[in-house]
Design a protein. Structure first.
Length: 303
């Protein structure tokens, strides 16, 4: 059965709560202080209530304020309403505290391994009592975790957010071609896009943000291009090991290969005529707003 709308004569909760405070304290000024408003504001709120219900609810005397007979009746009816509103407020506060006590984050592998630990340290200073759980996967799996409600915020490497998610750029990264020191490209400063396009590649699985960003960058220059896959592996670490062992060429995040390039176990020739800059994005379900630790984590990632 449909619920009927409230009568337009029903005052708002703040006015009823103030009326009860005036009756309990016997003073409009004391009630105003309890509610953190000025006495003129309290008087205005009571006048609004009286205009709405159509009868006086308070009598002003030299000793303070006391309820009229109508005010006594309205206060009796309002008591249960205000008490229930306080219970509702306490319940909402408990839900918010529960949400703030635990934060579930889903992040693509690159973000999870190379950026999230630093973000987590900064988050700990703001929310030391919040338990943080991290689910790591490819960008498609992160999107699924967000849409299923398993995570409150996610970080993806895809050029754009999947349907049902809104996203904002929090960082930028660059993809690099990497080869073993013994590879024929290792001593070259650059390779042509045409060479890279025909090389057998060691790639992440479908759904990986790194793979998606790379393939979209190439097809923007070479429409109809299809990669030649030498291997398909599900982790960045496995790809780096395969490349270092001479199994082929890979395209990985600069964050993921910084240590190997510094140590000389991998080499990275530049690619001419191809922009491999990409964006890293925070994402969450469309229509929702970030709050509490999730909102602070987003701010930390952006900074």
């Amino acid at each position: 059965m449909p619920v009927s709308p409230l009568s337009p004569r029903v005052p708002d909760l703040s006015a009823l709560d103030l009326l009860l405070s005036v009756i309990e304290s016997g003073s409009l000024g004391s009630a105003a202080a309890v509610h953190g408003i000025s006495q003129p504001s309290a008087s205005s709120r009571i006048r609004y209530l009286e205009k709405l219900v159509g009868v006086p609810v308070l009598e002003r005397t030299p000793r303070g304020s006391r309820p009229t007979p109508a005010g006594v009746l309205i206060a009796e009816w309002a008591r249960a309403v205000v008490d229930t509103a306080h219970e509702l407020g306490a319940g909402i506060d408990a839900l918010r505290e529960q949400r703030s006590a635990r934060l579930c984050v889903a992040a693509s592998q690159t973000v999870a391994e190379y950026l999230f630990p630093k973000w987590l340290m900064a988050l700990r200073t703001r929310h030391p009592d919040t338990a943080v759980a991290l689910e790591s996967g490819n960008s498609a799996e992160v999107a699924a975790a967000l849409l299923d409600g398993r995570a409150g915020i996610g970080f993806i490497e895809s050029p754009r957010a999947p349907h049902g998610l809104q996203s904002h750029v929090v960082a930028r990264d660059r993809l690099l071609v990497v080869v073993a020191p013994g590879h024929r490209w290792a001593r070259r400063s650059s390779v042509a896009l045409a060479e890279l396009a025909t090389a057998p590649l060691i790639q992440r699985e479908a759904g990986s943000g790194t793979r998606t960003a790379f393939e979209q960058a190439v097809t923007a220059r070479l429409p109809g291009w299809q990669p030649s896959a030498a291997l398909e592996l599900s982790s960045t670490t496995a790809i780096k090991t395969a490349v270092a062992g001479g199994a082929g060429v890979a395209v990985l995040s600069s964050l993921a290969v910084a240590e190997e390039l510094a140590a000389g176990t991998l080499r990275s020739p530049a690619v001419t005529d191809l922009d491999l800059t990409r964006t890293l994005r925070a994402a969450w379900p469309t229509g929702q707003q970030l709050a509490g630790p999730a909102r602070d984590l987003y701010a930390i990632a952006r900074s």
